[in-house]
Design a protein around this ligand. Structure first.
Ligand SMILES: [Zn+2]
Length: 337
């Protein structure tokens, strides 16, 4: 490859644990219905660590990165050149499919799902390709840095807003103060709920970041009764506390991934008639909700971003996230290029 035809990228190069490297790959070329986006920000997600550990399916070699925002710099032959120069975020599920789920607007549940950053090339690279129907213009006043939070925000909109799981006046407990927990707490509060975000004493850095964003936080076990409990910790302890704290006829929302079988007091669901819901990734409708939530002024999204890094920091970023340091880390592939 010549220098002009290649670019650096963080790539899952082969199946198995590890096998993620920063290397040169071909620059993408837009197919007729695609655009090319110059990546300004791409968020690192827990899923990326699962991909590194081979606990999440991939089709290598594939460029990682599924929380992507940037500027459209090229268009395929069927796409209007009016996109050029526009700031956009990119939806995750890139399959060309007409199955029952896709036709119903549930591309996240498609059996033929092809997700960016695990099955098709993602945004841990200077350029990424996406079909026109999968790009969302960022609202006026939203930077590409904050715009990279569109994808996790659309996941939270799918969990809490799309089906009206959280309503004005609800008492809401969110367990687990990671990026998803903090986003869920912000969105629940924006929906008119009173919200408590709970963590452990070891989460003090993340809890103080959430407090700075105006959220009510605690590092102690919660005993009050809540209309909605949103379990974002993915730990058995967090899930147990959430089940116990749910009020009769309350709603339990499963967000955190346990990644293994866990033992839980599930009889609370029966005795209290709890309604258990969840949401896996995001739908086109929840992307629209995320875009309007961004413009609402009700979320303090900038408080989620703990650092913006060059691609060459991959190993260091992984070590920090495994240690529970920081909150949402973004790559800006223009740094250090
Ligand atoms: Zn499908």
């Amino acid at each position: 490859m010549t220098e002009s035809s290649s670019m650096p990228a963080i790539v899952k190069v082969a199946p198995g644990p590890g096998n993620v490297e920063l290397l040169q790959v071909p620059r993408p070329v837009a197919e007729p219905d695609q655009v090319i986006v110059e990546v300004h920000a791409a968020g690192v997600c827990g899923t990326d660590l699962h991909i590194l550990d081979d606990h999440y399916p991939t089709r290598p070699p594939v460029v990682l990165g599924h929380e992507v925002a940037g500027i459209v710099v090229a268009c395929g032959s069927e796409v209007s050149t009016e996109w050029i120069g526009r700031a956009v975020a990119i939806e995750s599920h890139h399959q060309r499919c007409h199955c029952t789920q896709c036709r119903a607007g549930r591309r996240n549940l498609c059996p033929n799902k092809q997700s960016m950053g695990s099955f098709v090339n993602g945004g841990f690279a200077p350029l990424v390709a996406a079909r026109e129907e999968l790009i969302h213009p960022l609202p006026a006043g939203i930077t590409t840095t904050v715009g990279a939070l569109s994808e996790p925000l659309s996941c939270v909109a799918h969990l809490l807003v799309e089906d009206g799981v959280v309503r004005a006046g609800d008492r809401v407990l969110v367990t687990g103060p990671g990026p998803m927990g903090m986003l869920a707490a912000m969105v629940a509060r924006a929906s008119g709920a009173s919200v408590v975000l709970s963590g452990l004493p070891a989460d003090s850095d993340r809890l103080s970041r959430a407090r700075d964003a105006g959220l009510t936080v605690t590092d102690q076990p919660v005993t009050a009764s809540f209309d909605v409990v949103v379990e974002c910790s993915g730990s058995a302890g967090g899930a147990r506390m959430a089940l116990e704290a749910a009020a009769p006829r309350g709603r339990y929302v499963a967000v955190g991934i346990h990644g293994r079988e866990v033992s839980l007091p599930f009889d609370h669901v029966l005795y209290k008639e709890l309604i258990v819901t969840s949401g896996f990734a995001a739908t086109p409708r929840s992307w629209q909700l995320a875009m309007s939530l961004m413009t609402s002024g009700l979320l303090a999204l900038e408080h989620l971003i703990s650092s913006v890094r060059p691609l060459s920091d991959w190993d260091q970023v992984v070590a920090e996230l495994r240690a529970g340091q920081g909150m949402k880390v973004l790559f800006d592939p223009r740094l250090g290029a």
